[in-house]
Design a protein around this ligand. Structure first.
Ligand SMILES: [Zn+2]
Length: 402
């Protein structure tokens, strides 16, 4: 049995200081300092585990990166000046053509980025991983190898992602199926209309594979305007028809952020009813209406997207930084900032189907400790993560792996 006691913690929604007792990877009890005086928690008899005194610091659920592209990263490698042509297709081509020049995918870069994510408090990541006839399944293997090197300090789920298109890139559909056979958890899609030019065929193929392999679905949808909102409808139809409630995510979905109020409200209602989640990345356009989505019961996860890669030199993998950027676009009130942090922690985990993401009794002990008084301050100040706990084990401390 492994035990860890976090003493004198500040926990959102809990009056006054508390002690968190963690046992075998789960939160076993939330103890309020009791009869022995304010400094003497009611530690169970026979407690023999590790104790950490948090001095009133804030305990948050572990940060969750709900939309990453680990395989593309150059983190820890050379600085590569941004070189892509304009638009989505320019980036796709540049990324594919220059990949061999830099040895992408590279498990060393991926592991270095994962290490930075861990010390920044991320305990779980969903990564899209390029699958196409040039790279085959190498990206899947590189990401898996890198995750393995981190030895349980972070968990990851992968999306087999047709970054170069599926119908326009012959051989990709077969490789996507190979990835699912190899145990990749989700099947991805990419602008069924804007990139693949045939949304019905694209979506039928993706959802067909999801049904055959029991995989989740996570579709990149950059297409805007009525072309984008129509594809929301196509995805909603297929999710309902196949009974994939809780297993489908739309990433970006800029068209929803830009839709007129009546279309927006109708789509939000349908997304909620179909159990479809959304993933967002603090975009400069098409910002999702977080408040309306949350009130309707649509789950939203926040992610970093690419980090230091051929698509963009930006980002660091730090989800508090990402939450800060998102919050700048969605509102300055504490309750607005809390909503964003929820999408980066507990709510974001729910969007990925992880229902027991702390910090309540019985939840998995994936936690991050920061020197802040509340969620809003944690996002605005982005303090150093003093402790990161994954499945009850201290995995990082003060910016370094433990
Ligand atoms: Zn993406």
């Amino acid at each position: 049995m492994s035990e860890l006691l976090l003493r004198d913690a500040r926990i959102q929604g809990h009056e006054g200081p508390a002690d968190l007792l963690i046992r075998d990877g789960r939160i076993a009890a939330l103890l309020t300092p009791g009869a022995g005086g304010p400094d003497m928690p009611d530690v169970p008899d026979g407690f023999a585990g590790e104790t950490e005194d948090l001095d009133g610091r804030l305990v948050l659920p572990g940060l969750v990166d709900g939309h990453a592209h680990l395989d593309k990263t150059l983190w820890g490698g050379p600085w590569v000046p941004h070189s892509s042509g304009p638009g989505l297709m320019g980036r796709i081509r540049n990324g594919q053509e220059r990949r061999p020049e830099f040895g992408i995918p590279n498990a060393d870069h991926i592991a270095a980025l994962l290490e930075n994510m861990i010390v920044c408090g991320t305990t779980h990541v969903r990564s899209h991983v390029d699958v196409d006839p040039l790279v085959g399944l190498d990206s899947v293997e590189a990401v898996r190898e890198a995750v393995g090197r981190l030895d349980g300090r972070i968990s990851a789920e992968l999306v087999a992602f047709p970054q170069a298109g599926m119908l326009i890139s012959p051989g990709t559909e077969t490789l996507l199926e190979e990835a699912l056979k190899a145990g990749v958890e989700l099947i991805g899609g990419l602008d069924p209309a804007g990139v693949d030019r045939d949304p019905v065929r694209h979506l039928d193929a993706i959802f067909g594979l999801a049904g055959r392999y029991g995989a989740g679905v996570d579709i990149h949808l950059h297409d805007g305007g009525t072309l984008g909102t129509w594809q929301f409808e196509l995805i909603i139809e297929r999710t309902r028809a196949l009974g994939l409630d809780g297993k489908v995510t739309i990433s970006h979905g800029f068209a929803l952020g830009d839709a007129d109020p009546a279309t927006r409200d109708r789509l939000i209602e349908d997304l909620a009813e179909a159990g479809i989640a959304l993933a967002t990345i603090a975009p400069a356009r098409g910002v999702l209406p977080l408040r309306a989505l949350t009130e309707a019961g649509v789950r939203v996860t926040l992610g970093n997207d690419g980090v230091r890669d051929l698509w963009s030199p930006f980002n660091s993998g730090d989800m508090l930084e990402r939450a800060f950027l998102q919050a700048r676009g969605t509102g300055a009130r504490d309750e607005d900032i809390e909503l964003v942090l929820d999408a980066a922690t507990r709510g974001g985990a729910r969007a990925l189907g992880l229902e027991d993401h702390g910090p309540a009794v019985g939840d998995r002990a994936d936690l991050v400790v920061v020197d802040a008084r509340n969620a809003a301050e944690a996002v605005c100040a982005r303090p150093r993560r003093s402790l990161v706990v994954k499945a009850g084990r201290i995995v990082a401390r003060d910016g370094r792996l433990a």
